[in-house]
Design a protein. Structure first.
Length: 284
């Protein structure tokens, strides 16, 4: 029986969710007007839903698994668990105040009115800081609330911060860092758990590959030891002799985070003709 996955129908997570499946070799066409699609290459059925509804569908096991932002997941408080962080849809839920206000800490909010689409998370933040404030739940364009006198401050999602800026607000305090996660229903029968394990294995291979680059370079033999010391590789770097006597070609894998730093160090150690190639899958 097919494993059922719920993803966002149309919005900020849709494209990345479909791309992740495609990278995992699970071809799915985008939602469009469809409610569901079946993959041709993996026993997976995909439901296209509003992101807010995904935790409930997964709790009810109508979908066995889902892709949703942690912000929505934690707000909805459903009985589901996180299987894997997916690294896209990154944003933060933050308190923002009017540009001219001086935010000295959460006590600034005492007795004030806060507009948000995340009443549960906002209330948790207030409770934790022993602040009593009035929460106005609104479903969209929260950033307009202070300007029209509906609230003194907001608690809203931020990524670049330009929406806040354009509305005369400034970010004061982050209450949650969020990204898209793969969630699953509380209990899965064995056949579905097996399919989920396969899917997670593919996701990890794809994500690992995205975080690494394959690197090829030439170096004089007397520099090889120095160069090898700089390169971790999956086990150790591959070293091949070049036709040009006294020279070798070195192949290895370098993580995206330390990439530029490594390139500089390799050049200083005598590396030449450095080639950097994206990796499609990385099975370790
Ligand atoms: O229709 P549906 O209910 O499915 O979609 P939606 O409109 O509720 O959600 P959508 O598509 O806007 O966002 C889906 C998910 O993307 C969110 O739940 C977050 O997990 C994630 N995400 C990542 C974001 C942002 N970045 C983001 N920037 N969601 C919303 N925003 C908003 C932000 O609130 C601000 O108003 O985008 C605006 C621009 O942000 P700045 O800071 O870059 O200006
Ligand atoms: Zn939504």
């Amino acid at each position: 029986m097919n494993l059922k996955l719920a993803i966002q129908k149309s919005g900020r997570l849709s494209e990345d969710s479909i791309k992740l499946l495609n990278d995992c070799g699970i071809g799915i066409k985008s939602g469009g007007n469809q409610l569901k699609a079946v993959s041709e290459h993996f026993p997976l059925e995909v439901y296209f839903l509003r992101d807010d509804d995904i935790p409930q569908y997964v709790e009810d096991a109508v979908a066995h698994i889902g892709i949703v932002g942690e912000n929505v997941l934690f707000e909805k408080q459903k009985n589901v668990s996180i299987v894997e962080s997916l690294g896209f849809g990154k944003c933060r839920l933050s308190i923002a105040v009017k540009k001219g206000d001086e935010y000295t800490g959460s006590q600034f909010l005492q007795g004030k009115k806060l507009a948000t689409s995340y009443p549960v998370l906002t209330q948790q933040f207030l409770n934790k800081n022993e602040i009593s404030a009035e929460i106005h739940e609104i479903s969209g364009s929260v950033e307009l609330a202070p300007g029209i006198g509906l609230a003194d401050a907001v608690c809203d999602l931020v990524s670049s911060g330009s929406t806040l800026l354009m509305n005369g607000l400034k970010e004061a305090e982050t209450i949650l860092q969020s990204q898209a996660v793969l969630i699953k229903t509380a209990s899965l029968e064995e056949s579905h758990q097996k399919l989920l394990n396969q899917l997670v294995f593919r996701i990890r291979s794809v994500r690992k590959a995205q975080n690494n680059k394959y690197i090829l370079l030439n170096a004089p033999n007397h520099s090889i030891d120095k160069i090898i010391a700089l390169l971790p590789g999956m086990k150790s770097p591959t070293v091949l002799p070049l036709a040009n006597e006294g020279w070798s070609s070195v192949h290895s894998v370098v993580s995206e985070d330390e990439f530029w730093e490594k390139i500089e160090a390799l050049k200083d150690a005598g590396a030449q003709g450095i080639l950097v190639v994206p990796i499609e899958k990385m099975i370790v």
